[in-house]
Design a protein around this ligand. Structure first.
Ligand code: IMP
Length: 521
């Protein structure tokens, strides 16, 4: 006798087991070894909310929360100030690499902390002695049409005028000084002015540029009407609670000189430091963690990398406010091949995060994030954030120039343990590559490779694509926030399934003669 359709939900309760596997069953029954993100899937859940209502708020560390779980990796082909500024504007955070001198790294941190959306902090400034001919030449070189003029020709000098195309266009004597032609009746904004107030002043004065000055009339920055019109709003921007400045992270190593480096970074306004080691469970890391917590009690510290509970316990005990998980899963990484050390990333994330979360220590899943699905899986396994290198490489915010090969526009992306990265580490004994090479090494044993990636455009489009995609993914799973996703995994309401090799084939694209994989418009 068949049951009637109206009995379906009631009948479900007679099944002794829920469909699919709990996360524990998934991890424990993977007899064939550790799991990677591609080895499993999450079963769909019940949708009773729009994807736009899915909250992606997360904890990066014990004390820092973000509106999205995206972190850019401290690698010299991924995160310098431009990436860090845009990651923070888009709700994540960038960790500035340390394959450079401490002063250079501190200057990058300072630029992120000083950045205000819409304000140009390092405008091209000229001195009153510059000639009209030189201004005309600047214009054709730089494409700008106005320049603030300060007594010393620099930002921070006393503002004495502004020179625009109208001032020089019909002035035939190219040897005249700018001081003879510049506009000296100026509309200025006072330091601390909001963007909206600045905008209003520009409109009412019908000017194209608004110099911002301090109480002594010294130039601080500039607001430009054309930039204002182009400006996006960034409602999710990651900002310090008190100063409202963008949040900024940076990495250091574990050598004695890294303590001086950190002092400079803290002076520049650093919010969170990442102690960068490929194997974080070392006496060097424990010592520096304790020193950091004693010396800078307000600074948040992310320790790592770890892949086991034992490693995690050591660093939590030494004071870590967050952990970075991953060894050998990075897209440019050959650590597992060379060192025989590491762990498949799915298993590593679950084991470490399950342990660390009991102590309120959030975890970052670092390496091997190749698509939105991997992000969802890392979070479902207990991570709070994901750290990305390869996925962000090739975007316009990464350091380095584009070049053409085989008709493709490319940028370099390389491991910090690659010989290439090491060769760039000239005078910086305590640079990023110390993560992989010891000072005493006579022969470098590379743990990473160097390669190229195709131009991905700006992260201003790519990160919103990740954000919206993640919201849709959580909606499909039936979780309205990352917290709910994690809670439902623990309560075993969210279910998993292994993904055999043929299931992976089935889930890919099949049967097409050719196709183009465009990820977003
Ligand atoms: P991806 O996002 O898969 O490209 O991995 C980025 C991560 O790989 C970084 O955040 C580091 O943890 C790790 N990594 C960076 N450089 C190297 C290397 O040279 N060897 C091994 N791992 C690396």
């Amino acid at each position: 006798m068949s049951l009637s359709a109206s009995q379906a939900l009631a009948h479900l309760k007679t099944y002794s087991k829920k469909d699919g596997l709990s996360v524990r069953q998934l991890i424990d029954s993977s007899n064939f070894g550790g799991l990677t993100y591609n080895d499993f899937l999450i079963l769909p859940g019940f949708i009773n909310f729009p994807s736009s209502a899915v909250s992606l708020d997360v904890n990066l560390t014990k004390k820092i929360t973000l509106k999205s779980p995206f972190v850019s990796s401290p690698m010299d082909t991924v995160t310098e100030e431009n990436m860090a500024i845009h990651m923070a504007l888009l709700g994540g955070i960038g960790i500035i690499h340390h394959n450079c001198s401490p002063d250079e790294q501190a200057e990058m941190v300072r630029k992120v902390k000083k950045y205000e959306n819409g304000f140009i902090n390092d405008p091209v400034v000229i001195s009153p002695d510059v000639t009209v001919g030189e201004v005309k030449a600047f214009k054709s070189q730089l494409g700008f049409t106005s320049f603030p003029v300060t007594d010393n020709g620099k930002v921070g000098g006393k503002l004495v005028g502004i020179v625009t195309s109208r001032d020089v266009q019909f002035h035939d004597d190219n040897s005249s000084k700018v001081s003879e032609v510049m506009t000296t009746t100026l509309t200025t904004g006072k330091e601390g002015i909001s963007l909206t107030e600045g905008n209003e002043l520009l409109r009412s004065s019908k000017k194209g540029k608004l110099p911002i000055v301090d109480n002594d009339g010294k130039l601080v920055s500039l607001i430009s009407l054309t930039d204002l019109q182009k400006n996006q709003e960034y409602p999710n921007a990651s900002k310090s609670f008190h100063s409202k400045q963008l949040l900024c992270g940076a990495s250091i190593g574990t050598m004695p000189a890294d303590r001086e480096r950190l002092q400079k970074l803290v002076d520049a306004g650093l919010d969170v430091v990442v102690v960068d080691s490929s194997n974080g469970s070392s006496i060097f890391q424990v010592d520096i963690l304790k020193w950091i917590k004693e010396t800078f009690p307000e600074l948040q510290v992310i320790a790592g990398n770890v892949v086991t509970r034992e490693q995690a316990a050591l660093l939590i005990d030494a004071g870590a406010d967050g952990l970075r998980i991953g060894m050998g899963s990075g897209s440019i990484c050959i650590t597992q091949e060379v060192m025989a050390c590491g762990r498949p990333q799915g298993t590593a994330v679950f084991n470490v995060a399950e342990f660390a979360n009991q102590f309120g220590v959030p975890c970052i899943a670092d390496g091997g994030i190749g698509n939105i699905g991997h992000i969802t899986k890392a979070l479902a396994l207990g991570a709070s954030c994901v750290m990305m290198g390869g996925l962000l490489a090739g975007t316009s915010e990464t350091p380095g120039d584009y070049y053409y090969r085989d008709g493709k526009r490319l940028k370099t992306y390389r491991g910090m343990g690659s010989v290439d990265a090491k060769e760039q580490t000239t005078s910086n004994a305590n640079a990023s590559t110390s993560r992989y090479f010891s000072e005493s090494d006579k022969v470098f044993v590379a743990q990473g490779v160097s390669g190229s990636v195709v131009d991905k455009g700006s992260i201003s489009k790519f990160v919103p694509y990740l954000f919206n995609g993640l919201q849709h993914s959580l909606q499909d799973i039936g979780a309205q926030s990352i917290d709910e996703l994690k809670a439902k995994v623990i309560s075993e309401d969210i279910r998993f399934e292994f993904r055999t090799a043929s299931a992976q084939l089935e889930g890919g694209i099949t049967g097409l003669h050719s196709y183009e994989k465009r990820l977003h418009n």
